[in-house]
Design a protein around this ligand. Sequence first.
Ligand SMILES: Cc1cc2nc3c(=O)[nH]c(=O)nc-3n(C[C@H](O)[C@H](O)[C@H](O)COP(=O)(O)OP(=O)(O)OC[C@H]3O[C@@H](n4cnc5c(N)ncnc54)[C@H](O)[C@@H]3O)c2cc1C
Length: 476
Amino acid sequence: MSGWRERLAAQRYDAIVVGSGPNGLAAALTLAEAGRAVLVLEAAKTAGGGLRSEERTLPGFVHDVCSAIHPMAAGSPFFVGRDLPGLEWIHPPLALAHPLDDGSAVALAASVEATAEGLGADGRAWTRLVGALARDWPTLAPELLGPLRVPSLAMARFGLRALRPARALAESWFRGEPARALFAGIAAHAVLPLDGAASAAAGLVLGALGHVTGWPLARGGSQRIADALLARLSSLGAEILTGARVASLAELPPARDVLLDVTPRQLLALGGERLPASYRRTLARFRYGPAAFKIDYALSGPIPWRAEACRRAGTVHVGGTLDAIAQSEADVWRGVLPARPYMIVAQQSLFDATRAPAGRHTAWVYCHVPAASTADRTEAMERELERHAPGFCDLVLARAVLSPADLEAHNPNYVGGAIGGGVSDLAQIVARPRLSWSPYATPIPGMFLCSSSTPPGAGGHGMCGWQAAQAALGRG
Ligand SMILES: Cc1cc2nc3c(=O)[nH]c(=O)nc-3n(C[C@H](O)[C@H](O)[C@H](O)COP(=O)(O)OP(=O)(O)OC[C@H]3O[C@@H](n4cnc5c(N)ncnc54)[C@H](O)[C@@H]3O)c2cc1C
């Protein structure tokens, strides 16, 4: 043993958390608030996991390396009502805009009424489908963001819709292309084929959250969310050690509980033979799915979108019609590179002057690619951006690309470049990573999994960590 291992060998903690993503930090904070002596061990130099922000292109340009837009955190029972000095949510005038080929755009606004108005004849259907879910959110949130349980009536009603394929749901509720495209673009965040069961879930949840919490970004960068949680942890006496990659459970100092913000593949490597064979087989079967290919841009001006609504939105979905987005996602699942990739664009600097020097701007753009793909998607992505924002390429001062391999090097939880902690299809929503009323517990007493590979899955909500900590405290 050497370095931190040697130094900590003589210490004893109530709880050790391995990994400091939003879930690791939420777990650590929940335990520290319960009076436990907590140690957080993080492999990277900077804590925060998927919440880190860095100057990736040019000096003065702050880029969110991973997560950028935070409906899941702003609507999370873990964050709501929590006093976190230094964390300020910024709400762009529009949560989301979705440009169409004719130069128009459809938008997700804070109010159900404004969104419905923009959808014309489909406005009523949006209100009945997504608006109703937004109204039910306070009742549904604990069930949606927690582990499997016997559903309430509201949850059962939601489930009947959420379990459908996104395409079928959109086609049965909406008659016009704009509403169908809007719904498809939101659903496609889940990285699922839009003809697959349960692919409607993300469309419903993220659509409703647009009306409940908005789709905010953190002033100064997503790193500020991590920094606020870290400051609170330190004030409670928790120890946070960065640059501490744990290679085996045997390296950890003694502790009553160990919570692991890692995915099943890493848990297998950490636990080895200590884990029973049947659990090892379950972990080995866990599927990660397609990857992301991301580009951060330093720009000399704002993105010159043809559609005016796109200039007022924090997030823009570039992908066209429901059919086009479904095709793009189906291609990725077949191992093919889509000719016209569906892309998620965030333009933080339009609403947060701290992100770029005066008059300059940032853009955060990613598309989906087959798992571990080595293809460079820059040209295909910029072709699509240029179609909807002529002159975009002339504004590029610098770009920094993150391929699937780069993403995994940045964070070992992004296995093969997959960013959601594992596929969130029906099978892995129910069994995440295994079918259990307490999927956080592992067969080793006092050892818990707390990453997005547990319910409720991907996002900066911290709820996987909060639930795992509840289990460790004997309340789960
Ligand atoms: C490009 C991209 C865009 C995204 N956009 C959004 C978005 O806009 N909104 C949103 O809500 N979510 C988004 N996400 C997803 C979000 O970032 C993740 O769902 C979230 O970070 C998962 O949190 P976590 O705590 O489970 O794990 P992570 O955030 O992945 O953190 C895990 C941490 O554990 C550390 N670790 C792993 N193994 C070890 C070890 N052996 N020893 C020590 N430390 C270890 C890692 O270094 C890492 O810091 C995005 C992700 C990516 C990559």
